[in-house]
Write a protein that binds this ligand. Structure first.
Ligand code: ZN
Length: 199
C-alpha cells in the first residue's frame, strides 16, 4: 500500500520528471505545497497553465513568445543582419542583460551531443538555415556554451553555414571553459562578444 494518497504520489511523479529535481527533490516540493493554503496552490497551478497556454515559439528566432513574432524580432531598431545563436531561451536573457547586443537571436532549444544522443535533428537548425537562406544576414555569432557539446554544435553550424558566405563567429573565451552563458555576468558576456573570433 502506498504511504501517501494517490494524488500526492502522482504529483511527485510529475515534479520528478522536471530537469534537475529527482525523486527526493520532488517529494520535498510536494510536501511544501501540501503545507500552503489551497488558494496559493491554485494560483501556482493557474500561473503554470497560463504561461504554457499563452506562449508559442517565435516563428523567426524560436524564442518563447506571446505572439507569432517576438518583440525582439519585431524591433525595427535592432540590427536584423546579425544573429546570435544560443542553446536556450534563458541564454537570450543573459545576453540581453549586457544591453550591448543589438542584433537578433536564434534559439536552438538544445545542443548537439553525441554522448547524450542529441543529433542535429533534435535542435532547431533547419529554422536557422531557412533564415540564412532567405538572405539579409551578414553575421552569425555562435554563443553556445564553451563546453564539449557547445563547441561541437558551434563547429557543426559553422560548417553548415560555410556555403552561404556569411561571417560566422564564436564568442571569445572570456567565458570560462565549461562555463555557462546563462550564468555569466554582463561584463563577461560583453568581453566575450567584443572578442568574438571567426570560425
Ligand atoms: Zn523572435
Amino acid at each position: 500500500m502506498p504511504l501517501f494518497p494517490q494524488s500526492v504520489e502522482e504529483l511527485t511523479d510529475h515534479f520528478a520528471r522536471l530537469p534537475g529535481i529527482g525523486r527526493k527533490g520532488a517529494a520535498r516540493l510536494v510536501f511544501h505545497l501540501m503545507e500552503q493554503n489551497a488558494e496559493d496552490v491554485r494560483a501556482f497551478a493557474g500561473a503554470m497553465i497560463a504561461a504554457r497556454e499563452n506562449t508559442v515559439f517565435c516563428q523567426e528566432c524560436q524564442n518563447i513568445s506571446s505572439g507569432a513574432v517576438c518583440p525582439i524580432c519585431k524591433d525595427e531598431e535592432r540590427d536584423h543582419s546579425v544573429l546570435c545563436v544560443v542553446a536556450e531561451p534563458r541564454d537570450v536573457a543573459a545576453v540581453e542583460r549586457c544591453r550591448e547586443y543589438k542584433g537578433l537571436y536564434h534559439v536552438l532549444h538544445g545542443v548537439i551531443s553525441p554522448t547524450r544522443h542529441k543529433s542535429p535533428d533534435d535542435v532547431r537548425l533547419k529554422e536557422l538555415l531557412e533564415r540564412v537562406e532567405r538572405g539579409g544576414i551578414s553575421e552569425v555569432i555562435l554563443a553556445t556554451n564553451p563546453d564539449t557539446d557547445g563547441d561541437t554544435t558551434a563547429l557543426y553550424i559553422a560548417r553548415l553555414l560555410r556555403p552561404f558566405g556569411v561571417r560566422v563567429t564564436r564568442l571569445a573565451y572570456g567565458l570560462p571553459m565549461g562555463g555557462h552563458v546563462e550564468y555569466a555576468d554582463e561584463m563577461t558576456i560583453l568581453r566575450a562578444l567584443d572578442g568574438r573570433r571567426e570560425l
